[in-house]
Design a protein around this ligand. Structure first.
Ligand code: KIV
Ligand code: ZN
Length: 525
């Protein structure tokens, strides 16, 4: 493979892999996931710190909220290229161009379906029209950005000859990255090798552009397909944190990066990811979206480095390499250590946040988080790193929510009906209510419902622990469903009922974002 001169990255040596993260676009299309603008910005900051090369910040024409969040990210994030998605139409491209305009480095990403099935039933146009749409859209996008990506939607199910013609047209019109998505997660690793080998052999100019892979996980093969594509000469990987995305999700960034890093003998590729920040980024996303990863999830699941069998434990004690193919520390796991107590000051707390990878937390958020830390330290014998992460994520992430938890006083027992006295803030105004219910949690939820009436139904309520011990913080998940849409909210506190109230309020905020996104005009790719 030769080195490529790319408008955003300059001379790229053959082993350098571009990590394109689409957590904020394809990832956000996961059922039940939606993020508000500030949450997206927080996530984009974390992605930049993680070292991703391109952040696909959204689909600007999809809704005013999508446009605003892409623009906000373009204005604030420095380092990665900021990318906006567009279909081939003029309005889409101009909207994407406008949203990414403030970015230091920008990319327009155009997609159009190329498979016979999609062209006939979805686009209802002839293949020649798709070819023309490709040429016209890439030519137009190049007037607004030097860095233009073109994607063949449903590319893995596209007729090979037609795919070669489309890719040639996109390159001729000025595309600098060519992406072949396995949109429906149908491909096998062998298909990936065949497709990219074919493009490199048959398409004039393929050696001058970056070839890119984008895999969905419907058959659980997204990561395997990604690695196969890299072996076949692909230089850009599209992926998401925790593998979130449409249906079964996208290829998971953490799994791809660690596969490449753990097996340099088999995959000679070099992504610029700061692997020690992987876990932190994964947890932040879980807090923002309200969805935890499953315990056995590779790399970032709670059990990923847990050894249950006595034989394994014995082996690890003698030499960790016996059963660990990478160190937990290399992806950000640390031994849960006692950090601070109730006498620790604000400066020590700020230092601790830096050590936990938070960068600079604004004064307001710091004050709120510090207040909650003091409160926690009063109630809990030992405060671990994980406690602080749960508490700060909760505060930083919720800082811009429309509805905010303020205080809760609950009385329950065997003599009188459980009663909850609740204060919340709605759009900056504090409101209070008292309600009774079948139990303390029910009374609390009734109080929330009376202050913020809504039709959503509670479809899941679950309680877990952030750390170990009877004084551990409870982490509660609340799932609300409304009009076929589902959202999960999370809250953490040493008091399970307070954690429940926080989780419910979080879910309500997500529902508000979801409602805005499903206004008649809203689209997803
Ligand atoms: O899966 C897909 O085809 C996509 C495109 C919009 C790139 O997400
Ligand atoms: Zn996709």
């Amino acid at each position: 493979m030769t080195s490529i001169d790319h408008p955003s990255f300059g001379k790229l040596d053959p082993s350098r892999i571009i990590m394109f993260d689409t957590t904020l676009r394809d990832g956000e299309q996961s059922p039940g996931f939606s993020m508000n603008m500030q949450e997206k910005l927080r996530m984009a900051e974390a992605l930049a710190e993680l070292g991703v090369d391109v952040i696909e910040a959204g689909f600007p024409i999809a809704s005013p909220g999508d446009f605003d969040s892409v623009k906000l990210i373009a204005e604030n994030i420095r380092g990665p290229v900021i990318c906006g998605l567009a279909r081939t139409g003029r309005a889409d491209i101009l909207r994407a161009a406008e949203a990414i305009a403030p970015a230091e480095r920008r990319r327009i990403h155009i997609f159009v379906s190329t498979s016979a099935l999609h062209m006939k039933y979805k686009l209802r146009v002839e293949p020649e029209v798709v070819l023309q749409m490709t040429t016209d859209s890439v030519t137009l996008a190049r007037q607004y950005a030097d860095d233009v990506e073109w994607s063949a939607e449903d590319g893995s199910r596209t007729d090979p000859d037609f795919l070669c013609r489309c890719v040639e047209a996109a390159i001729k019109a000025g595309a600098t990255t060519i992406n072949i998505p396995d949109t429906v997660g149908y491909a096998l690793p062998e298909d990936m090798r065949r497709i990219f080998t074919m493009l490199r052999e048959r398409v004039p100019g393929a050696e001058k552009v970056i070839l890119s892979t984008h895999n969905h996980n419907d058959l659980g093969l997204a990561v395997a397909n990604t690695i196969a594509a890299v072996e076949a000469g692909v230089r850009q990987i599209e992926c998401t944190i925790n593998g979130i995305g449409e249906r079964a999700g996208n290829a998971a960034l953490e799994e791809i990066v660690m596969a490449i890093r753990t097996r340099p003998d088999a995959v000679p590729a070099r992504p610029n990811i700061v692997t020690e920040k992987i876990l932190r980024t994964s947890k932040l996303l879980a807090t923002i979206t309200g969805f935890d990863v499953q315990p056995n999830k590779a790399i970032v699941g709670r059990n990923a480095f847990a050894h249950e069998s006595g034989i394994h434990q014995d082996g690890v004690l003698k030499n960790a390499a016996t059963y660990e193919i990478m160190t937990p520390e290399s992806v950000g796991w640390t031994k849960s250590n006692l950090v601070m107590g109730k006498h620790s000051g604000r400066a020590a707390f700020r230092d601790k946040l830096r050590a936990l990878g938070y960068g600079e937390v604004g004064d307001n958020h710091l004050n709120d988080a510090f207040r909650r830390f003091k409160d926690l330290a009063d109630r809990k014998k030992v405060v671990y790193d994980d406690d602080i992460v749960a508490l700060v994520d909760d505060e930083v992430v919720r800082g811009h929510d429309r509805i905010r938890f303020v205080s809760l006083d609950v009385r329950s027992g065997s003599k009188a009906p459980p009663t909850a006295e609740l204060e919340i803030e709605i759009d900056g105004e504090t409101v209070a209510a008292t309600a009774t219910g079948d139990g303390p949690v029910d009374a609390t939820f009734m109080a929330i419902r009376s202050l913020f009436p809504h039709e959503a139904t509670l479809s899941l309520y679950s309680v877990g622990a952030v750390t170990e011990g009877t004084d551990a913080q409870a982490r509660v998940t609340v799932r609300l469903s409304e009009g076929g849409k589902t959202v999960d909210g999370q809250g953490a506190d040493t008091d399970t009922i307070v954690a429940s109230a926080r989780a419910y309020v979080h879910a309500l905020n997500k529902l508000l974002v979801k409602r805005a996104r499903t206004e008649p005009q809203a689209l997803s790719a």
